[in-house]
Design a protein around this ligand. Sequence first.
Ligand code: AMP
Length: 383
Amino acid sequence: MRIVLIGAPGSGKGTQAKKLAAKYGIPQISTGDLLRAAVAAQTPLGLQAKAAMDAGQLVSDSIVLGMMEERLNDKDTQKGFILDGFPRNLPQAAALDTILNRMGRPLQSAILINVDFDLLIQRITGRRTCRPCGQMYNIYTSPPKIDDHCDLCGGTLHHRADDNEDTISNRLRVFETQTEPMVRHYQIQGKLTVIDGSDDINRIFIRLCKAIEQSTLSNLEIARLKKTLNDSPPKVETFEKTTKLEQKAKELLDITETNPEVPPLQSSSDAIKEATTMAVKKKARKSAAKKKVVKKKTTAKKKAVRKKSAKKKAVKKKSAKKKAVKKKVVKKKGRKKKSVKKKAVKKKTAKKKGTRKKKTAKKKVAKKKTAKKKARKKKAKAK
Ligand code: AMP
């Protein structure tokens, strides 16, 4: 089984390629993965590829073709392979034809996974990959159970550096301009099948398997039937059987020849513009949300400061009131003390006055008494 999977970034070709590889026991060869590994390992090839990848542009054909030819010579590709993300343009497709024909193993089928642009954007921005085990997630449509951690191995999920809004529109534009002519190339060769990739992963997979089996097996069967017809022209006794085979061969040929009416790839300039506007809008929404949060935080801070100062003021007022009350009480006490003192002094003076009065009265009485005594004595003398 020798298959090429074609699709815009975010079409799910990587996910489907992994599932196909597991089902048919053949390797998935992704140029994106190979290039990312080279960048991570900082090999000379990786260093050369990095700038183009970061900008969302295609890496030069010479790098990619050299890498692919080497990989296709590996033993594990003998039974077949699924190419994911390669070829990406017409020269790469032509070079692949040459390499495979030279090996005597021509390509059997090219499958285009067609996805709406809005959905592509959502898939790309939400895409997360587990670095240790390669499991893929989408935070919008198939999030992990625990944020940022793989359900299978617990590894940390990774957001690809080129899956950001700035690079996405570039990558989609590249797909439109470079990959679309390549799709026509496979259509002309009669090897193209187009499937709808906007469905659920498992339903897309079933559709994909059907398309692959139909295209690869029918090609084999057609070859076998053609050979049978050429080698042994129909004899009378085998006429019926052969006619049936011939009919079957015709049917199969009809399928492959009339096969796909390629729907206009939705990667029109309008769609690109729309995607870019969406990305810009999203960015604006994000920054507005950020601003809102900052505003909220500052108002909350201001409120807290106001509350604090109001509290301080209230406390000050309270303590001032308390002080005033204390002062009043002290004053009252002072006044009370003073009046008590005054009263005591008054009492004392009154007492003093009383004793003095009493004394003078007593003196007066004594004086009167002595005067009376004197008078009585005088009277007695006179007598
Ligand atoms: P992918 O993982 O397939 O989306 O690829 C990520 C990036 O790797 C692309 O944006 C390109 O920069 C680079 N790349 C992958 N495959 C190819 C290829 N066949 N030709 C040129 N560049 C490629």
